[in-house]
Design a protein around this ligand. Structure first.
Ligand code: HEM
Length: 503
């Protein structure tokens, strides 16, 4: 009994004498930041315990009531939410405020400390190692994969006939095929076999991540691992890691066999079939591993999984929303048709070249406008590693979490008048000139911006060109009827429904 009393009084003294003063100091530093009233212990969790499709409305209400920078609490944790370009600039352009917020921790089980999650020296070194993987020459090589997978995509669209259908899953399967082949050098035939274990696991794990993030009681690893969803997550992880491990092992063996063969035949065999084998991101990682003994197999898996995660859901959302926006705006769609006809004439089968991509200027404006209205990553989070002084003099204390709400920044009517209107002309060179550089952030900005943005733009162009060279697309629902889920990835709640007619 004595020990129990001693333990309880120890805990209470720690809370009262150490934690409470710390917390009061922190709250005092944030007292000038406005925000919705928060309950003790729960914070604003109840405000956010609404249907998934209503979460965005809650945030928009907070912005309306408290301005483009507000404070809220999830449990006891304070969050500062930025919805304006100048605050975003302060944090994103910093070379030191590059640590991700705790929200990303739930991705660790799957992605480990790959480029998206890593911090400090590890991130810096890895970013330097991976940047050459997005060199123009390598992207040019990937164009062949985009073209081949888009041929399958085109057949899938043709198979829809004149019936209305949800464009989102069809596009996602294509982006999944593309990312698997470019990242791992492996075809998974997602478009042909959407029920494969791997494809299902990758779909499901993203949903489970979201599910956990929105439920504070599942944040503890102890409870999560024992919950139904946590157990399902574990099964998905086994499938995903098992697959990546297998691919890495096999790729290493193939490379070794190829190396042995080359050694035996001398370099004269360089024109042989094997040496023409397509390179994938994985090969570049394995090359890096040869030169850097600190890059373990686990590290290679982390990066491979990170590319798989970051590189397909983001682009599929981008292509889907832009297709839908064009289906609602026939005059813009007509301009896209004209541009593509000028490039390809009546030829509906010729593969897209790098030169063609450079000519798709109006389509590029449409993609940018699509990503403005529906940024694939609608918000991103940082943990401050030191104090951050904002333009108006407010100093945010170290260790606090900041969310940069890209979705809201993209709707500043002073920068983008009539922000809900789809107007690709906003991105014509002359229109965009002079705009605040942090007012448009689909790929984030600064040192931790998206490493895959050129890849993404190319892929989006090839996919959208495949759609609009071949089809007239009509919306089968109104924008007002599409519920927006502002989650890790910006998605519609119940799909994006269209009909397609062959041109
Ligand atoms: C339309 C498509 C895409 C969008 C909108 C997008 C957006 C973003 C954003 C906003 C970030 C910053 C995340 C943060 O700060 O938490 C990011 C980071 C990242 N993206 Fe993308 N992304 C896209 C496509 C891709 C592709 C195709 C790849 C890879 C093939 C990729 C790989 C990454 C990686 C590895 C990071 C982490 C970079 C770092 O922290 O150094 N992304 N992306």
């Amino acid at each position: 009994m004595f020990w129990v009393i001693l333990l309880i009084s120890g805990v209470l003294s720690y809370l009262l004498l150490i934690q409470l003063p710390k917390r009061l100091t922190l709250l005092n530093k944030l007292k000038t930041v406005r925000g919705p009233p928060a309950l003790p212990l729960l914070g604003n969790a109840l405000d956010l315990s609404v249907a998934r499709s209503e979460v965005l409305q809650v945030f928009l209400r907070f912005f309306k009531d408290y301005g483009p920078r507000f404070k809220m609490f999830l449990g006891m944790q304070p969050y500062i939410v930025f919805g304006n370009a100048s605050d975003a600039e302060k944090i994103l352009s910093s070379q030191t405020q590059i640590e991700k917020s705790a929200d990303y921790d739930f991705l660790h089980e799957w992605l480990g400390l790959g480029l998206l999650n890593s911090r400090g020296e590890k991130w810096f070194h890895r970013r330097k190692q991976l940047t050459p993987a997005f060199h123009f020459k390598i992207l040019e090589d990937f164009l062949r994969v985009f073209n081949e997978q888009c041929a399958v995509f085109k057949s899938a669209l043709e198979g829809k006939g004149h019936e209305k259908f949800d464009i989102f899953p069809v596009i996602t399967l294509c982006t999944l095929d593309i990312i698997c082949e470019t990242t791992m050098g492996r075809r998974v035939f997602a478009q042909q076999k959407s029920d494969s274990d791997y494809v299902r696991a990758i779909y499901r794990i993203s949903e489970l991540f979201q599910y956990r993030q929105m439920r504070p009681w599942l944040h503890s690893d102890f409870i999560w691992r024992r919950s139904q969803a946590g157990k399902e997550n574990e099964k998905c992880l086994k499938i995903l890691h098992g697959f990546t491990d297998l691919v890495i092992r096999e790729r290493k063996e193939e490379r070794k066999a190829l190396g042995d063969k080359e050694n035996a035949n001398g370099k004269a065999d360089n024109d042989g079939m094997e040496s023409k084998k397509r390179l994938a991101f994985l090969d570049l990682l394995l090359d890096a591993q040869n030169a850097d003994s600190l890059l373990t197999d686990k590290n290679v898996r982390e990066e491979t999984d990170t590319f798989m995660f970051e590189g397909h859901d983001t682009t599929s959302a981008g292509v889907s929303w832009t297709t839908f926006l064009l289906s609602l705006n026939p005059e813009c769609q007509e301009k896209v048709h004209q541009e593509l006809d000028e490039i390809f004439g009546n030829d509906r089968t010729r593969e897209v070249t790098m030169a063609d991509l450079a000519k798709m200027k109006y389509l590029e404006c449409c993609i940018k406008e699509g990503l403005r209205i529906f940024p694939s990553a609608p918000f991103i989070g940082r943990k401050l590693t030191s104090e951050l002084k904002l333009e108006d003099g407010l100093v945010l204390p170290s260790s606090i979490t900041v969310w940069i709400f890209i979705y809201y920044i993209h709707r500043d009517p002073k920068i983008f008048p009539n922000p809900e209107k789809f107007d690709p002309n906003r991105f014509l060179l002359e229109e965009a000139q002079g705009r605040h550089p942090f007012s448009y952030l689909p790929f984030s900005a600064g040192p931790r911006n998206c490493i895959g943005q050129k890849f993404a733009m190319m892929e989006e162009k090839v996919m959208l060109a495949t759609i609009f060279r071949n089809f007239n697309v009509k919306a089968a629902q109104r924008m007002e009827d599409v519920n927006r889920l502002c989650e890790v990835i910006m998605r519609p709640e119940a799909g994006l429904w269209v009909t397609m007619q062959k041109r």
